[in-house]
Each structure stands twice: as structure tokens, then as C-alpha cells.
Design a protein around this ligand. Structure first.
Ligand code: ASP
Ligand code: MG
Length: 416
């Protein structure tokens, strides 16, 4: 038994879905396939949700664009046979939802709408496979992936979920399940989501509950590379990684897998394969338990959109643990993610994710106690397994704002 996960890029058009079908078909044993929303349709749904919530007149046009995008894929796959009934139903349901008045809970409304991406994509793929002669069972993952009600960032109820997954995915009369990534539901069956890009995590939840042989994540890259090839030259492919190394990389900002994916797989000792859907015959990268020593090249991870905030006490007092505690908790309350910290006697340097945060308001509050200096538009470069040559090169090439080294990891904050 295995789990395969296909992300948006792997089902972005009819040709891509056909390729997914070929990959699934060549797998002989029992299989659960977890699929994300098609292409960039989750981004599109996010704009739809904003328009719905603000009752903007763009609402209908965005809905039409979302529908059109899927209709083109459906036409490419089904031709004359037309749209599968369930997909038709889902479009109706979504359109109807858009006519109703939203509640006051934005995050709740977000989850009730964003899930249509995954529900529609899985129906299209499942029906296409059925029509092509590969009978399979479409599964609503919300019947077994149970969470709390933190909408948009729901926490999994592990015990209950594991039990339900085992009772639902029985393989009694099927060899293949097609189900959704990213979504779950509360005790009262309200839809929740696990956070953007959460489908990898879904695959790990299902895989670890069913104790599968492996979980494969199919991507448009050959596997895990030593850096993002779009941002750096000379990247090399990494054949194997430990779970720990993979967690470190993804936590530092490597986008190749969702950081939460590793823990459940590590705990059950289930290998995670990162493979190319363009060259499915290639082995890709395997993340598993490694007892022997492996040599890894320097691995570069870039986290963009960082802000460096330097605080010093207004009364010239030395930075204490209480200051750190106060500032960090304040930022957590404001949902700002701290990525690095460094302190001297007088200065507390905090590097944080500043994607779309309201910095002005935050600085206003902090400036009651502290003098503040800051720089935006910075990139945090993490180099795992750094060498002296690499560090020298970085220092020569880049304007470095802050540096931190540990045994295996160097972190440098540089101008973008
Ligand atoms: N479709 C969702 C997203 O784009 C979940 C995922 O792709 O993993 O965030
Ligand atoms: Mg996606």
C-alpha cells in the first residue's frame, strides 16, 4: 500500500491530468492518491473569497474565471461527454454560496469556499480515471480528517483521525482511492484547512495512519536540489536525506515540501519520496532513516521578504531575557513569525517574516519602550553544511546585515 500526492502543477491542464493517470496506472498495488486544487486555482479562490467578503462587484467575474479554467480542462479530458455530474453540482453550490451573506468570521468563510478547489479537482481526476477504465473510489477526506476549529490553520485530532482513516480506507472493493489534500473538518462537520500548501501534510497523515510502504510527492523538479534552480546556478540533486535534515531545510524556507510532513512519517519510519512527474522513472530523492554518515553538499535555502528590527531600551538599560520574552510574545500575538534573533548588550536584533504585515502599527506599539531601527526587503540565506569557500564567496558577493553560525548551519541576512 502506498500514498501518492499530486500538487496543483501536476494537474494544471488536461495534458497534465493525463500524465497523472499514466503514473497512477503504472502502480500495481493498493494506492491512495491525494490531490490539490488545479494549477493556481487556490490563489484565484483567495481573490474570490476577498471579493465575496467585501461584496465587491468583481465577485461574479472571478467565479466565471474559476469555472472557465476548469471547463477547459474538462473539455480536454471528456470532450463530447461533457461535465461530470458532481462537478456541475459543486459549481452550483459555490455559486449559491456566493449569493448568501458572509458571516463575521473571515477565516471560517475562507475555508468554506477554498475547499471547492480540491473537491472539484479530485472529482475531475476520479471521473476521468473511471471513464478511462481505471475504476476508483472518490473519498471525501473530511469524513476522516478531523480537526479543531482553528479555521485556515486547523490542528489535527490525531487519535480520532487515525481511527477514521483506518475504517474508511479499507480497500474492501477498490484498489485506488482519490481524495483531497489540504482540507479537513470539525466535529460538527464544518470544513477546515491545514494551511496553504498543506496537501503534503495530508498525504503524511493518511500514510502514517495506514502504515503504508512509502509516500511519494510528485513534483515538477527532479527531486530535492541543493538550491532553488530558479534562483541559483550550479545546483545539484540530492539522492537521500534524513528526516531531520529535511525538517531543517523546510523549516528554513525550502518550499519543496510542507514542513509538517516529516513528523508523522518519521514517527512511523515511513520513507518519503520526492519524485518528478515529468520523469517518473527516475528515483528522485528519498527521505528516510539514515544510520550511516552521508556527505551532503552545501544546501542553500532562501527566505525572502524579511525585516530586520533592531530595538534598544529607551532608558539605556541592558537587553534582558524579559525584553526578549516581551518582544517575541508581542510579535507572536501579532502573528509575525520570528526567523532569527541576535542580541548584544544594548541591541536586540529580530529578523521576521514581513510578507503582508502592518509594520507601522507594530512599531508604534514597540516604540513605547524601545528605540527602533529597521530594514525591509531582506533575504535570509540559510546554508546547511557550509564550507569556508562558500562563506567567503557570500561575504564577497553580498551586503550582509547579520550573520549567525552554528556547527552545520550558517545564516546570513542579505539585501535582496
Ligand atoms: N491547494 C492548496 C494550496 O495551494 C493546498 C496545496 O496545494 O497543498 O495551498
Ligand atoms: Mg496548491
Amino acid at each position: 500500500m502506498k500514498v501518492f500526492k499530486f500538487g496543483g502543477a501536476s494537474v494544471k491542464d488536461a495534458e497534465a491530468v493525463e500524465n497523472v493517470y499514466q503514473i497512477i496506472k503504472s502502480e500495481r498495488g493498493k494506492l491512495v492518491v491525494v490531490i490539490s486544487a488545479m494549477g493556481k486555482s487556490t490563489d484565484l479562490l483567495e481573490t474570490l473569497i476577498k471579493a465575496y467578503y467585501n461584496n465587491s462587484d468583481k465577485k461574479q467575474a472571478i467565479f466565471e474565471a474559476f469555472k472557465e479554467y476548469h471547463l477547459e480542462i474538462i473539455e480536454g479530458l471528456f470532450g463530447e461527454k461533457g461535465m461530470p455530474q458532481e462537478v456541475y453540482q459543486l459549481f452550483m453550490e459555490l455559486e449559491h454560496k456566493l449569493q448568501t451573506r458572509p458571516s463575521y468570521d473571515y477565516n471560517f468563510e475562507y475555508d468554506q469556499i477554498i475547499c471547492f478547489g480540491e473537491l472539484i479537482s479530485t472529482h475531475i481526476v476520479s471521473d476521468y480515471l473511471n471513464a478511462s477504465g481505471y475504476t476508483n473510489t472518490w473519498m471525501d477526506v473530511r469524513t476522516c480528517l478531523k480537526t479543531d476549529d482553528t479555521f485556515r490553520d486547523a490542528k489535527v485530532d490525531w487519535e480520532w483521525t487515525e481511527e477514521l482513516i483506518k475504517t474508511e480506507f479499507t480497500f474492501a472493493d477498490t484498489n485506488l482511492y482519490i481524495t483531497q489534500g489540504f482540507i479537513g473538518s470539525t466535529t460538527t462537520n464544518l470544513t477546515t484547512t491545514l494551511g496553504r500548501e498543506g496537501s503534503d501534510f495530508t498525504a503524511a497523515i493518511i500514510g502514517s495512519s495506514l502504515l503504508v510502504k512509502s509516500v511519494s510527492i510528485w513534483k515538477d523538479v527532479p527531486g530535492i536540489l541543493s538550491a532553488d534552480p530558479k534562483k541559483m546556478d550550479g545546483t545539484v540533486m540530492i539522492n537521500e536525506l534524513s528526516y531531520k535534515e529535511a525538517v531543517e531545510m523546510t523549516h528554513s524556507g525550502a518550499k519543496v515540501i510542507h514542513p509538517k510532513t516529516m513528523q508523522p512519517l518519521h514517527n512511523q519510519g515511513i520513507p518519503l519520496l520526492v519524485k518528478s512527474f515529468v520523469e517518473p522513472q527516475n528515483p528522485g530523492t528519498v527521505i528516510h532513516k539514515i544510520d550511516h554518515k552521508i556527505e551532503l553538499p552545501p544546501i542553500f535555502i532562501l527566505k525572502e521578504n524579511q525585516v530586520l528590527i533592531t530595538l534598544s531600551a529607551k532608558d539605556f538599560s541592558i537587553i534582558s531575557i524579559n525584553d526578549i520574552d516581551r518582544v517575541v510574545n508581542f510579535l507572536i500575538d501579532k502573528l509575525i513569525k520570528v526567523t532569527l534573533m541576535q542580541q548584544s548588550a544594548i541591541d536586540l536584533n529580530i529578523v521576521a517574516d514581513a510578507s503582508d504585515e502592518n509594520l507601522e502599527e507594530i512599531f508604534d506599539e514597540l516604540s513605547e519602550h524601545y528605540n527602533i531601527r529597521y530594514n525591509t526587503g531582506l533575504t535570509l540565506v540559510t546554508i546547511r553544511h557550509y564550507t569556508e569557500e562558500v562563506l567567503d564567496w557570500m561575504v564577497k558577493e553580498k551586503d550582509i546585515y547579520l550573520e549567525q553560525h552554528s556547527r552545520l548551519t550558517a545564516r546570513m541576512l542579505v539585501k535582496e
